[in-house]
Design a protein around this ligand. Structure first.
Ligand SMILES: NC(=O)c1ccc[n+]([C@@H]2O[C@H](COP(=O)([O-])OP(=O)(O)OC[C@H]3O[C@@H](n4cnc5c(N)ncnc54)[C@H](OP(=O)(O)O)[C@@H]3O)[C@@H](O)[C@H]2O)c1
Length: 300
């Protein structure tokens, strides 16, 4: 398998600056600058894989409360026990919710508001799914569309329901709040057989850019991320990804904690990869901002 093309951004900070596992700068257990006490975090798809790892890293960062959302209740129970074994005082709320259900997401927003006194600092739209990778004519329409439902409709519903709370929190506490849409390197790639997954990820990446365009001046910092190539329930049986899943779940876990530790407004509306060394990325800040880089644009 060759290296992804330059426009995928795979090697944006240079091949020597790619990471595949958590490292001290993004690890809240070793870097006190990442501590985020008082914050309230909501993570979708938090029952396993990347979402579970993100939740645990936020516990290391000392957040006050975490809302865990996914359909499988037993997996949420397991994540709660793991959280409690790290820090028994973190407030944990578990919600078995299908992210594609408008009613369920809207009622969850009322619950979150009530439980944590109207505070939400960080929304991570991480839940994702896919149908079998195959040529368009070989796909099953219902399954093809369900990929869009979980990958695009879900994040949209959460933004629709939770942006008011993120805006209120930003206003009330005079701090930046965060939206992280988990996209994929697939958002910026065209690989035959992967159209539903990659197009839906492109849409959720652009959705982060729209959140920034519409609410960036009101205190919400929105980014789209690639979490890395990680062997999870979602990816493990995709033959085309064989040999490409070499990163750990803790890499995006630490990366999102780093992203939200201080207001990184210079990254707002952009695509960032958890595989990029964050110190190198920060050293490229001027180039990124002045060149308006890391956005999806047409070459003309
Ligand atoms: N793994 C990779 O290499 C990779 C690469 C690029 C991007 N990503 C993205 O990273 C994110 C996390 O994926 P992962 O690899 O960690 O996969 P995973 O281990 O399979 O986790 C997916 C999570 O999403 C939840 N979920 C799926 N459909 C849902 C729905 N309709 N309602 C509520 N929750 C739902 C799942 O829980 P339930 O099934 O219990 O609901 C699970 O907790 C996804 O957005 C994925 O596209 C992953």
């Amino acid at each position: 398998m060759g290296m992804p093309p330059p426009e995928s951004g795979y090697a944006f900070p240079g091949l020597e600056n790619l990471k595949s596992d958590i490292y001290p700068t993004i690890s809240a257990s070793s870097n006190p600058a990442l501590r985020q006490p008082d914050k309230v975090v909501l993570i979708t798809g938090a029952g396993r894989g990347c979402g579970r790892a993100m939740a645990l890293q936020y516990v290391h960062a000392g957040v006050a409360a975490i809302f865990l959302v996914a359909r499988t209740a037993s997996q949420l129970d397991e994540v709660e026990s793991s959280i409690k074994s790290i820090n028994s005082s973190t407030r944990v709320y578990k919600h078995s919710v299908d992210v594609t259900s408008e009613d369920a997401v809207s009622s969850l927003a009322s619950t979150v508001k009530e439980k944590e006194g109207g505070r939400l600092d960080i929304l991570i739209n991480n839940a994702g799914g896919g149908d079998p990778w195959t040529l368009i004519t070989e796909t099953t329409p219902k399954d093809y569309w369900s990929t869009f439902e979980v990958n695009v409709k879900g994040p949209y519903l959460f933004l629709h329901a939770f942006l008011p709370l993120l805006l209120e929190t930003a206003e009330k506490y005079k701090i930046g709040t965060n939206v992280i849409n988990v996209a994929s390197i697939g958002a910026v790639s065209v690989r035959p057989t992967a159209s539903s997954y990659m197009i839906s990820k492109l849409a959720v990446q652009r959705l982060a850019e729209f959140v920034n365009a519409e609410y960036g001046d009101k205190g919400v910092v929105a980014v789209g991320i690639h979490p890395g190539g990680i062997e999870t329930e979602l990816s493990k049986d995709v033959p085309a990804l064989k040999g490409l899943l070499n990163d750990t779940v803790d890499l995006p876990g630490g990366f999102v904690v780093w992203l939200t530790a201080t207001p990184r407004t210079w990254l707002a509306g952009r695509y960032v990869s958890a595989t990029w060394d964050v110190e190198k990325l920060e050293s490229m800040k001027d180039e990124i901002v002045s060149g308006d880089k890391l956005k999806v644009k047409m070459v003309v």
